[in-house]
Ligand binder design. Sequence first.
Ligand SMILES: Nc1nc2c(ncn2[C@@H]2O[C@H](COP(=O)(O)OP(=O)(O)OP(=O)(O)O)[C@@H](O)[C@H]2O)c(=O)[nH]1
Ligand SMILES: [Mg+2]
Length: 270
Amino acid sequence: MSQTGCATSPAKSTFAGPLNPPEVPLELLMIIPTYNESENIIGIIERILALSPSWGVLVVDDHSPDRTWAAVEEYQKTCQSHVYLLHRQSDRGRGKAGIAGFKKGLEMGVPIIGEMDADGSHAPEDLPEIYEKIRGFDGVIGSRLVPGGQEEGRPFSRRLITRLANRYIHFVLGIPLRDITSGYRIFRREILQQVPWDHLVSQGPSVLQEILYIMFRKGARIAEVPITFRERVLGASTLNGKILRDSLGKMILFRKTYRTLDTGRTGSAL
Ligand SMILES: Nc1nc2c(ncn2[C@@H]2O[C@H](COP(=O)(O)OP(=O)(O)OP(=O)(O)O)[C@@H](O)[C@H]2O)c(=O)[nH]1
Ligand SMILES: [Mg+2]
């Protein structure tokens, strides 16, 4: 496999592109953090690649015991598409994986960078509409909670938690979006460049809200597009009650940390 990049920290993280890189320039890079997603990852990659030759994926795997990273490496040998792998061998975590992915995407010079889950909850087929919407905006969120948005196969308790968590975050941080907990979103590199990636407070999933809050304090314009969110079918969830409580507890810390970031104009959403 050809190394199209270099290790971000010696021997702990390796970055590689496809064996036969495509000639078409990369316009959209979707970061997919993975941990034990070997049953899901190749299907998701293929569904994204089928949408446009100038769209690609960056899988950020934390040395999954089920060897998700090895499945991606095998795929890179045969495909002629923008498929990249950041294989992190220490420092496990959804939050840190996302941060490493955005930093790598910025380093690669990609104009629009997004993130989504590997478990099928975020349908690649919603991506064209999300991408289309970014004209005139700094970012777009795939939203379950705007008109037209849906959740399929989710128990009532999970739907309730999503709604209560969003109300709480909205109350504490004042972010004018409905689905602040959505992990399906894309951003322009100009707004991503304003995020202090090496100094974020979050280590876990609350990084999703921390990034959005920083962007809003800096005046970002973010839109929401309805999506149908589907409950995971294969593999196991990594979310638990402790992670949820820790994440929600972080919102007050974000408020204290970033309140003074205001650049004079306030972010808006449509
Ligand atoms: N790299 C990396 N990815 C992770 C880690 N934990 C979770 N992920 C990935 O992050 C995404 C979201 O994780 P899920 O376990 O589906 O969590 P969730 O979507 O909040 O919870 P569910 O609704 O139960 O699916 C998936 O693609 C996971 O594989 C981790 O420690 N490292
Ligand atoms: Mg999930």
